[in-house]
Design a binder for this molecule. Structure first.
Ligand SMILES: NC(=O)c1ccc[n+]([C@@H]2O[C@H](COP(=O)([O-])OP(=O)(O)OC[C@H]3O[C@@H](n4cnc5c(N)ncnc54)[C@H](OP(=O)(O)O)[C@@H]3O)[C@@H](O)[C@H]2O)c1
Length: 301
């Protein structure tokens, strides 16, 4: 197919972990032309065939960003200072509708308030779930929800093992380490599900929920997987109230761990959704042990 006959997909977050994987998967499938969106397009010219400015806090930038696009992938970043995810997503949905976008894919998370009957408050999950209705009601010819799992990459990021009070290295978290509750995955692989959904609108373009899940583990299983490869990590369960005082933002994380323990990360039996996501991606996602071998080197003293 000639390059100019390919459907154009505009990717928000193209310079980040989720959107970066989406850009690479779309490029690898060679069915699509990619427009990478960034607040600083000049710094990322090599990212895709087109690199265009888009700022979710400046809706006036979105008209040109979506012009001529067949599809849009949206991820919002709750960690960005001052980000109002619902306001940002509303602006994106409106601009995509105005531009005549045919297929909208939104990276969502479970509705913790609803699942837990209001027992747990995890705004960065529930805030995303509340955007689902805005996407659904916009009336795109096709729309899809993808669900990012707990990133394996967190284990070399904000969840990296720490020196514990008793001198060992590992995790002190408000979570029962025996409870299998964590749906996890290599976040760079979310893009394969997204590219598959853009390519298979019949099977995945009608409001389906497609979670990326490479493994489903308890924290003891996580620690065992690492230690079988030569690490010497430990886990200590700490009370939620104590953990909440450890650092700014710890209280919300404590709520999140409480929700995982009670309901699991995805909040429900997601077997069918995971199976469909893997089918749409055309592959099984990488297991945690394989990812660890490649990405978490054993420290020699
Ligand atoms: N860590 C986890 O385990 C986990 C699990 C599930 C979901 N999540 C969610 O993942 C989201 C973050 O995604 P990520 O990991 O891909 O983030 P990331 O790697 O930190 O990248 C953030 C991306 O967002 C873009 N961005 C931020 N503010 C923007 C704005 N105002 N306008 C346009 N683009 C903007 C940035 O683009 P430029 O800087 O180029 O403009 C960048 O590409 C968070 O909302 C978090 O809740 C995380």
């Amino acid at each position: 197919m000639l390059s100019n006959n390919k459907n154009l997909i505009a990717v928000i977050g193209a310079t980040g972990q989720q959107g970066g994987g989406v850009v690479r998967a779309l490029q690898a499938s060679s069915q699509f032309k990619v427009r990478a969106l960034s607040r600083n397009p000049g710094k990322h010219r090599e990212l895709a065939e087109e690199v265009v400015e888009a700022d979710l806090n400046r809706p006036e930038t979105l008209k040109a960003a979506f012009e001529g696009a067949h599809g849009v992938f949206l991820v919002t970043n709750y960690r960005e200072a001052g980000a109002d995810e619902i306001k940002q997503a509303t602006a994106v949905v409106r601009a995509a509708k105005d531009a005549g976008v045919e297929h909208f894919i939104w990276s969502t998370l479970p509705d913790v308030e609803q699942i837990s009957g209001g027992k747990f408050h995890v705004p960065h999950f529930t805030g995303k779930a509340r955007i689902d209705r805005i996407v659904k009601e916009a009336g795109f010819p096709h729309h899809t929800f993808v669900i990012a799992p707990g990133y394996y990459q967190n284990f070399v990021g904000f969840l990296a093992p720490q020196k514990l009070a008793e001198g060992s290295v590992g995790w002190a978290l408000p979570l029962d380490p025996d409870v299998r509750c964590l749906h996890m995955g290599d976040i760079t692989e979310l893009g394969k599900i997204v590219a598959g959904a853009f390519a298979h609108t019949d099977e995945a373009g009608n409001g389906e929920y497609l979670p990326l899940v490479g493994d489903f583990m308890s924290f003891n299983e996580i620690v065992d997987t690492l230690n079988r490869q030569g690490h010497k990590f430990s886990f200590k369960q700490v009370p939620k109230e104590v953990f909440a005082t450890f650092f700014p933002g710890a209280a919300e994380l404590a709520e999140m761990f409480g929700y995982w323990e009670a309901y699991t990360y995805l909040g429900s039996d997601s077997h069918d959704r995971i199976a469909l996501a893997n089918k749409i991606a055309g592959r099984q996602p990488t297991k945690f042990s394989t990812w660890v071998r490649a990405n978490v080197p054993v420290q020699t003293p």
